[in-house]
Design a protein. Structure first.
Length: 320
Protein backbone atom coordinates (compact mmCIF):
# COMPACT_ATOMS: atom_id res chain seq x y z
CA UNK A 1 0.00 0.00 0.00
CA UNK A 2 2.82 2.42 0.76
CA UNK A 3 4.15 2.06 -2.76
CA UNK A 4 0.77 2.65 -4.36
CA UNK A 5 0.24 5.79 -2.31
CA UNK A 6 3.66 7.33 -2.78
CA UNK A 7 3.18 8.92 -6.17
CA UNK A 8 0.05 10.76 -5.09
CA UNK A 9 1.62 12.09 -1.91
CA UNK A 10 4.88 13.15 -3.51
CA UNK A 11 3.31 14.96 -6.42
CA UNK A 12 0.56 16.71 -4.52
CA UNK A 13 2.10 17.26 -1.11
CA UNK A 14 5.84 17.01 -0.86
CA UNK A 15 7.51 17.65 -4.22
CA UNK A 16 9.29 20.95 -3.64
CA UNK A 17 12.13 22.31 -5.73
CA UNK A 18 14.45 25.11 -4.64
CA UNK A 19 12.64 27.43 -7.05
CA UNK A 20 9.42 26.84 -5.12
CA UNK A 21 10.99 27.42 -1.72
CA UNK A 22 9.03 29.72 0.60
CA UNK A 23 10.37 33.15 1.56
CA UNK A 24 11.78 33.81 5.01
CA UNK A 25 8.78 34.11 7.36
CA UNK A 26 7.89 37.52 8.76
CA UNK A 27 9.36 37.87 12.25
CA UNK A 28 7.42 38.76 15.38
CA UNK A 29 8.94 41.21 17.88
CA UNK A 30 11.10 39.24 20.35
CA UNK A 31 9.31 38.03 23.46
CA UNK A 32 11.04 37.39 26.79
CA UNK A 33 12.02 33.83 25.88
CA UNK A 34 13.53 34.90 22.57
CA UNK A 35 15.39 37.79 24.19
CA UNK A 36 16.89 35.41 26.76
CA UNK A 37 17.85 32.91 24.08
CA UNK A 38 19.49 35.55 21.90
CA UNK A 39 21.49 36.81 24.87
CA UNK A 40 22.75 33.29 25.62
CA UNK A 41 23.75 32.76 21.99
CA UNK A 42 25.42 36.18 21.78
CA UNK A 43 27.55 35.31 24.82
CA UNK A 44 28.81 32.09 23.21
CA UNK A 45 31.80 31.81 20.87
CA UNK A 46 30.92 32.10 17.17
CA UNK A 47 32.52 29.23 15.26
CA UNK A 48 34.06 31.24 12.43
CA UNK A 49 36.13 28.37 11.04
CA UNK A 50 33.01 26.91 9.40
CA UNK A 51 31.56 28.36 6.22
CA UNK A 52 28.20 27.34 4.77
CA UNK A 53 27.96 26.23 1.15
CA UNK A 54 24.85 24.94 -0.59
CA UNK A 55 24.73 21.22 -1.37
CA UNK A 56 24.11 20.70 -5.05
CA UNK A 57 23.89 17.38 -6.86
CA UNK A 58 24.76 17.87 -10.54
CA UNK A 59 22.13 16.46 -12.88
CA UNK A 60 19.66 15.71 -10.08
CA UNK A 61 16.55 17.73 -9.24
CA UNK A 62 16.08 17.50 -5.50
CA UNK A 63 12.93 18.18 -3.56
CA UNK A 64 13.07 19.43 0.01
CA UNK A 65 15.96 17.74 1.81
CA UNK A 66 14.38 16.83 5.13
CA UNK A 67 17.50 15.48 6.84
CA UNK A 68 21.20 14.97 6.20
CA UNK A 69 23.64 12.51 7.74
CA UNK A 70 27.14 11.18 7.11
CA UNK A 71 29.29 8.07 7.43
CA UNK A 72 32.77 7.82 8.94
CA UNK A 73 34.31 7.69 5.46
CA UNK A 74 32.83 11.11 4.59
CA UNK A 75 29.92 9.86 2.49
CA UNK A 76 26.93 12.19 2.90
CA UNK A 77 23.38 10.84 2.79
CA UNK A 78 20.46 13.07 1.81
CA UNK A 79 16.84 12.17 2.55
CA UNK A 80 14.68 14.20 0.16
CA UNK A 81 10.97 14.46 -0.64
CA UNK A 82 10.88 15.19 -4.37
CA UNK A 83 9.63 12.84 -7.08
CA UNK A 84 12.47 13.46 -9.58
CA UNK A 85 15.05 11.42 -7.67
CA UNK A 86 15.31 8.56 -5.20
CA UNK A 87 14.48 9.54 -1.61
CA UNK A 88 17.96 8.49 -0.39
CA UNK A 89 21.08 9.73 -2.16
CA UNK A 90 24.67 9.02 -1.13
CA UNK A 91 27.04 11.73 -2.38
CA UNK A 92 30.72 12.66 -2.12
CA UNK A 93 32.22 16.05 -1.25
CA UNK A 94 31.70 17.28 -4.80
CA UNK A 95 28.01 16.31 -4.81
CA UNK A 96 28.53 13.32 -7.10
CA UNK A 97 25.92 10.60 -6.58
CA UNK A 98 27.62 7.42 -5.43
CA UNK A 99 24.37 5.44 -5.15
CA UNK A 100 20.69 6.04 -4.43
CA UNK A 101 17.59 4.10 -3.52
CA UNK A 102 14.20 4.08 -1.79
CA UNK A 103 11.73 5.07 -4.49
CA UNK A 104 8.30 3.63 -3.67
CA UNK A 105 9.07 3.05 0.01
CA UNK A 106 8.04 6.40 1.53
CA UNK A 107 5.05 8.59 2.17
CA UNK A 108 6.78 11.34 4.19
CA UNK A 109 10.54 10.78 4.51
CA UNK A 110 11.65 12.48 7.71
CA UNK A 111 14.99 11.57 9.35
CA UNK A 112 18.08 9.66 8.26
CA UNK A 113 20.91 8.40 10.49
CA UNK A 114 24.00 6.19 10.20
CA UNK A 115 24.50 3.71 13.05
CA UNK A 116 27.91 2.83 14.59
CA UNK A 117 28.23 -0.14 12.21
CA UNK A 118 27.66 2.08 9.15
CA UNK A 119 24.10 0.99 8.36
CA UNK A 120 21.63 3.64 7.16
CA UNK A 121 18.32 4.17 9.00
CA UNK A 122 15.30 6.30 8.11
CA UNK A 123 11.96 7.28 9.61
CA UNK A 124 8.68 7.99 7.82
CA UNK A 125 6.49 10.62 9.49
CA UNK A 126 3.32 9.24 7.90
CA UNK A 127 3.62 5.45 7.63
CA UNK A 128 5.47 4.96 10.97
CA UNK A 129 8.07 2.72 9.30
CA UNK A 130 11.62 2.80 10.61
CA UNK A 131 13.90 1.11 8.09
CA UNK A 132 17.46 -0.16 8.31
CA UNK A 133 19.50 -0.42 5.09
CA UNK A 134 22.93 -1.62 4.15
CA UNK A 135 25.18 1.00 2.58
CA UNK A 136 24.03 -0.22 -0.83
CA UNK A 137 20.31 0.07 -0.05
CA UNK A 138 19.43 -3.51 0.87
CA UNK A 139 16.62 -3.58 3.45
CA UNK A 140 17.98 -5.27 6.59
CA UNK A 141 15.12 -4.51 8.98
CA UNK A 142 11.77 -2.72 8.81
CA UNK A 143 9.85 -1.77 11.95
CA UNK A 144 6.25 -0.63 11.63
CA UNK A 145 5.78 1.31 14.86
CA UNK A 146 2.05 1.86 14.35
CA UNK A 147 -0.33 3.72 16.62
CA UNK A 148 -0.85 6.67 14.32
CA UNK A 149 -4.33 8.12 13.72
CA UNK A 150 -6.39 7.65 10.56
CA UNK A 151 -6.51 9.74 8.50
CA UNK A 152 -2.96 11.02 8.87
CA UNK A 153 -3.30 14.79 8.84
CA UNK A 154 -1.10 16.33 6.13
CA UNK A 155 0.94 13.09 6.18
CA UNK A 156 2.56 14.08 9.48
CA UNK A 157 1.39 11.72 12.22
CA UNK A 158 4.20 9.41 13.18
CA UNK A 159 7.91 8.65 13.71
CA UNK A 160 10.42 11.48 13.66
CA UNK A 161 13.94 10.23 14.50
CA UNK A 162 16.06 7.32 15.78
CA UNK A 163 19.07 6.92 18.10
CA UNK A 164 21.36 4.01 18.94
CA UNK A 165 22.35 2.78 22.40
CA UNK A 166 25.65 1.02 23.07
CA UNK A 167 23.81 -2.26 23.76
CA UNK A 168 22.38 -2.19 20.23
CA UNK A 169 18.91 -1.05 21.27
CA UNK A 170 17.06 1.53 19.21
CA UNK A 171 15.27 4.60 20.59
CA UNK A 172 12.61 6.14 18.35
CA UNK A 173 10.85 9.47 18.81
CA UNK A 174 7.21 9.40 17.70
CA UNK A 175 5.92 12.92 17.78
CA UNK A 176 3.59 14.27 15.13
CA UNK A 177 0.42 12.70 16.52
CA UNK A 178 1.84 10.88 19.53
CA UNK A 179 4.10 12.11 22.33
CA UNK A 180 6.35 9.20 23.12
CA UNK A 181 9.74 7.52 22.90
CA UNK A 182 9.90 3.82 22.03
CA UNK A 183 12.73 1.39 22.71
CA UNK A 184 13.38 -1.66 20.50
CA UNK A 185 15.98 -4.41 20.49
CA UNK A 186 18.45 -4.57 17.63
CA UNK A 187 16.27 -7.14 15.87
CA UNK A 188 13.13 -5.00 16.09
CA UNK A 189 11.34 -6.29 19.20
CA UNK A 190 9.60 -3.61 21.25
CA UNK A 191 10.92 -3.22 24.81
CA UNK A 192 8.96 -0.26 26.20
CA UNK A 193 7.60 3.17 25.51
CA UNK A 194 7.30 6.29 27.63
CA UNK A 195 6.02 9.85 27.41
CA UNK A 196 2.62 11.54 27.35
CA UNK A 197 1.27 14.80 25.86
CA UNK A 198 1.80 17.90 27.97
CA UNK A 199 4.30 20.42 29.28
CA UNK A 200 5.55 18.72 32.45
CA UNK A 201 8.70 16.62 32.94
CA UNK A 202 8.57 13.57 30.69
CA UNK A 203 5.73 15.05 28.65
CA UNK A 204 6.05 16.24 25.07
CA UNK A 205 4.52 18.45 22.43
CA UNK A 206 6.11 17.02 19.28
CA UNK A 207 9.25 15.07 20.21
CA UNK A 208 11.08 15.75 16.96
CA UNK A 209 14.61 14.41 17.38
CA UNK A 210 16.46 12.00 19.67
CA UNK A 211 20.11 11.24 20.50
CA UNK A 212 22.11 9.33 23.11
CA UNK A 213 25.41 10.64 24.46
CA UNK A 214 28.45 8.48 25.38
CA UNK A 215 27.26 8.33 29.00
CA UNK A 216 23.98 6.75 27.87
CA UNK A 217 21.80 9.80 28.53
CA UNK A 218 18.84 10.14 26.15
CA UNK A 219 18.13 13.62 24.75
CA UNK A 220 14.75 14.44 23.20
CA UNK A 221 14.02 17.62 21.25
CA UNK A 222 10.60 18.55 22.67
CA UNK A 223 10.04 20.91 19.77
CA UNK A 224 6.83 22.78 20.49
CA UNK A 225 7.63 23.06 24.20
CA UNK A 226 10.86 24.83 23.27
CA UNK A 227 13.21 22.57 25.21
CA UNK A 228 15.49 19.55 25.10
CA UNK A 229 14.67 17.00 27.81
CA UNK A 230 17.19 14.52 29.20
CA UNK A 231 16.38 11.00 30.46
CA UNK A 232 17.97 7.75 31.46
CA UNK A 233 17.20 4.81 29.17
CA UNK A 234 14.15 3.75 31.18
CA UNK A 235 12.53 7.17 30.72
CA UNK A 236 13.47 8.69 34.10
CA UNK A 237 13.57 12.48 33.75
CA UNK A 238 17.01 13.98 34.42
CA UNK A 239 16.56 17.61 33.46
CA UNK A 240 16.15 19.93 30.49
CA UNK A 241 17.68 22.76 28.50
CA UNK A 242 15.67 25.68 27.16
CA UNK A 243 17.27 26.75 23.90
CA UNK A 244 14.32 27.49 21.65
CA UNK A 245 12.37 25.39 19.17
CA UNK A 246 14.82 22.55 18.60
CA UNK A 247 14.28 20.48 15.46
CA UNK A 248 17.43 18.37 15.31
CA UNK A 249 20.02 16.89 17.68
CA UNK A 250 23.41 15.31 17.13
CA UNK A 251 25.66 13.77 19.79
CA UNK A 252 29.32 14.73 19.42
CA UNK A 253 31.43 13.35 22.26
CA UNK A 254 31.16 15.68 25.26
CA UNK A 255 28.82 17.96 23.32
CA UNK A 256 25.30 17.88 21.93
CA UNK A 257 24.51 19.92 18.82
CA UNK A 258 21.07 21.51 18.42
CA UNK A 259 19.50 22.91 15.27
CA UNK A 260 17.15 25.47 16.76
CA UNK A 261 15.33 28.78 16.37
CA UNK A 262 13.21 31.03 18.60
CA UNK A 263 10.09 29.18 19.75
CA UNK A 264 7.57 31.90 18.89
CA UNK A 265 8.80 32.42 15.33
CA UNK A 266 7.42 30.51 12.35
CA UNK A 267 9.22 27.40 11.13
CA UNK A 268 12.14 28.11 8.75
CA UNK A 269 12.96 31.34 10.58
CA UNK A 270 16.63 32.24 11.13
CA UNK A 271 18.23 30.36 14.01
CA UNK A 272 21.44 28.59 14.94
CA UNK A 273 23.37 25.38 15.19
CA UNK A 274 24.34 25.32 18.87
CA UNK A 275 27.13 23.27 20.42
CA UNK A 276 26.13 22.56 24.02
CA UNK A 277 28.39 21.13 26.72
CA UNK A 278 26.56 18.07 28.07
CA UNK A 279 28.14 18.46 31.54
CA UNK A 280 27.24 22.11 32.12
CA UNK A 281 24.39 22.66 29.66
CA UNK A 282 26.10 25.84 28.48
CA UNK A 283 26.49 26.89 24.86
CA UNK A 284 30.09 26.25 23.79
CA UNK A 285 29.72 27.50 20.24
CA UNK A 286 27.18 28.82 17.76
CA UNK A 287 26.77 28.96 14.00
CA UNK A 288 24.04 31.14 12.43
CA UNK A 289 21.68 29.04 10.32
CA UNK A 290 18.38 29.16 8.48
CA UNK A 291 16.01 26.48 7.23
CA UNK A 292 16.37 24.56 10.48
CA UNK A 293 15.44 20.87 10.56
CA UNK A 294 17.73 17.82 10.50
CA UNK A 295 21.47 18.19 11.11
CA UNK A 296 24.62 16.12 11.46
CA UNK A 297 28.24 16.48 12.57
CA UNK A 298 30.73 14.79 10.28
CA UNK A 299 33.74 12.82 11.49
CA UNK A 300 35.98 15.77 10.50
CA UNK A 301 33.88 18.25 12.51
CA UNK A 302 32.06 19.79 9.57
CA UNK A 303 28.31 20.30 9.85
CA UNK A 304 25.35 19.42 7.64
CA UNK A 305 21.86 20.93 7.67
CA UNK A 306 18.64 20.35 5.79
CA UNK A 307 16.52 21.78 4.31
CA UNK A 308 18.56 25.00 4.62
CA UNK A 309 17.77 28.51 3.35
CA UNK A 310 15.61 28.47 0.24
CA UNK A 311 15.39 24.69 0.64
CA UNK A 312 19.05 24.31 -0.31
CA UNK A 313 20.74 21.95 2.14
CA UNK A 314 23.93 23.30 3.70
CA UNK A 315 27.42 21.91 4.22
CA UNK A 316 29.40 23.91 6.79
CA UNK A 317 32.96 23.27 5.61
CA UNK A 318 36.23 24.08 7.35
CA UNK A 319 37.71 27.39 6.24
CA UNK A 320 41.33 26.90 5.28
Amino acid sequence: MRRLMLGLFVVTAVAVSAAQAPPVPAQKPPDEAETTLRAAVAAAPVLRDLEATGITVPGVELGMVSWVTSAKDGTVYLLQRGDKADPILAIDRAGKVLRSWGKGRYVMPHAIRVDPQGNVWTTDAASSHVTKYSTTGEVLLDIEVGGQPTPCRNNFCSTTDIAFATNGHLFISDGYANARVLEYTADGKKVREWGTPGKGPGQFVLPHSIQIDPAGVVYVADRENGRVQRFDQTGKYLGEWVYGKTFGLKADGAFMWLSTQPLQQANLSPGWLLKVDTKTGRIAGAVPAQGIHGMDVMANGELLLGPGPGFVAQWYRRVR
